[in-house]
Design a protein around this ligand. Structure first.
Ligand code: ADP
Ligand code: K
Ligand code: ZN
Length: 434
């Protein structure tokens, strides 16, 4: 079901005309109301009226996370404070939290966009949605909540924590949809087994998973363990929260970006140059309708590519590929670029180990050392030493062949790597402390 047929299947030409009109409008709003942007536009020698085509986007200044920090807390808001009805803050994965504000209309548009997303995943009014995204300053919980209500489905506001209770609730209530981070979905499954239950036997049929990077291999693992359709949802608080982009259940091959509300582009993260369609690079988004804190060319730091080929589901909005990693998540190990997702793919494909892992980077005698903690599965744990040795050799060889770096593999006991209720901590970089 397509929630908003008019907007979601709009012919590209019409969509681009709408985007241009809205781009000029948002530039006018920030130029007039946000000092930071007046200055930036003046420095770039451009005024909102100089924007004649979408191609002129290239001439506009970027906005970075640092700009939000420098204008903490309200400096980038574009409306009088009394028009703000909600405040959220980012989870601060990569430093000090950033603050965002929503007007009534922003909250309303967000609910619409999340309703579209849930529909894209195949969620219907009859569904019971167990929402394990955290409620609070983090955008995940309330974002999914408002979207579910807008759609008319039933939402169970479980939030994070009390994992055993969550499983009991899901079973008792007969939840059919799970919203959570992908790593938490696996943790729920593991805990359900400890409780003598199996999530496979529950009424669950759909998972809406996001807020952290995950791989195609991880999707297959979750789908087979939980017996559901696992779909990818993307968002960030600076742009809105969850629902910036969502994968459709029909094609399951990339996430439709809500293009009537946001304008995406891909740039080279080093030079800042805009790249042609299909290139892999950093996703940059301009918000087209947001009132509270509109952002021009916001650098997400997330690495992906855009796919403009028409989708089997009928939606015309461009699809972004699964996030490969954050540009500031990329590890440089002895000069080689390594994304945690590449290591994850290898681990999830290997038998005898669980999909929980941690990457530890340190520096010894001026050399970068990469250590990967891999958790054995219960079956793997009972194997003989010889079998374990060959398992660790295989992983080491795989990483060497695939990434070109030598990693030390440390096999650890089942369930010894800390589980997270929100975003999993995959990388510990001790080099930064030195
Ligand atoms: P923080 O930057 O503090 O983590 P947010 O909570 O707003 O702030 O998180 C947004 C970030 O989460 C995105 O920029 C992206 O890196 C990551 N993210 C969100 N959804 C996904 C997803 N589906 N796949 C990969 N990464 C995601
Ligand atoms: K309902
Ligand atoms: Zn589609």
């Amino acid at each position: 079901m397509i929630y908003d047929v008019d907007k979601e299947t709009m012919p590209r030409e019409e969509l681009e005309a709408l985007q241009l009109k809205r781009l000029v409008n948002v530039c006018q709003r920030v130029y007039a109301n946000v000092k930071h942007y007046t200055k930036k536009f003046d420095e770039a020698g451009i005024t909102p009226l100089d924007i004649k085509s979408l191609d002129d986007l290239k001439r506009l200044p970027f906005t970075e996370k640092q700009d939000l920090r420098d204008n903490f807390p309200y400096g980038l808001f574009a409306v009088p404070k009394e028009n703000i009805v909600r405040i959220h803050a980012s989870s601060g994965t990569t430093g000090k939290a950033t603050v965002v504000g929503y007007t009534k209309r922003d909250v309303d548009n967000w609910a619409d966009m999340m309703a579209r997303c849930l529909s894209m995943a195949g969620v219907e009014r009859r569904d019971l949605i167990h929402n394990a995204y955290g409620y609070g300053l983090f955008t995940g919980g309330l974002g999914a909540h408002y979207g579910a209500e807008r759609l008319g489905a039933t939402i169970i506001p479980a939030s994070g924590g009390a994992t055993r209770r969550q499983i009991q609730l899901m079973k008792d209530f007969g939840s059919t949809v799970l919203c959570s981070t992908p790593s938490y979905a696996l943790y729920l499954n593991e805990t359900s087994q400890e409780m003598g239950m199996d999530m496979k036997d529950m009424a669950l049929r759909i998972g809406v998973f996001g807020a952290e990077p995950w791989t195609e291999e991880m999707r297959q693992e979750i789908e087979s363990k939980l017996n559901i359709d696992a779909l990818n949802i993307y968002g960030l608080s600076e742009i809105m929260g969850p629902g910036v982009a969502m994968e459709c259940a029909v094609a399951k091959s990339g996430m439709h970006i809500q293009e009537d509300h946001m304008l995406p582009e891909i740039i080279d993260p080093v030079t800042g140059e805009q790249l042609p369609p299909g290139s892999v690079g950093e996703l940059v988004i301009t918000t087209l309708t947001k009132e509270g804190i509109p952002l021009i060319r916001y650098r997400t730091r997330d690495i992906t590519s855009l796919d403009y080929v028409p989708c089997a589901c009928g939606r015309t909005h461009v699809k972004m590929q699964r996030i490969f990693g954050r540009s500031d998540d990329m590890l440089i190990i002895r000069g080689v670029n390594v994304f945690p997702s590449q290591i994850e793919s290898l681990i999830v494909e290997t038998e005898g180990v669980s999909p929980h892992y941690q990457i530890v980077v340190s520096r010894e005698n001026n050399l970068d050392m990469l250590e990967v903690l891999v958790e054995l599965s219960e079956e793997g744990f009972s194997d003989e030493v010889r079998t374990l040795q060959s398992l660790s050799n295989r992983l080491q060889k795989g990483i060497k062949e695939f990434l070109g770096v030598t990693a030390k593999i440390r096999l650890v006991e089942p369930k010894s790597i800390a589980r997270s209720e929100g975003k999993a901590i995959r990388v510990i970089d001790n080099r930064k402390k030195q």
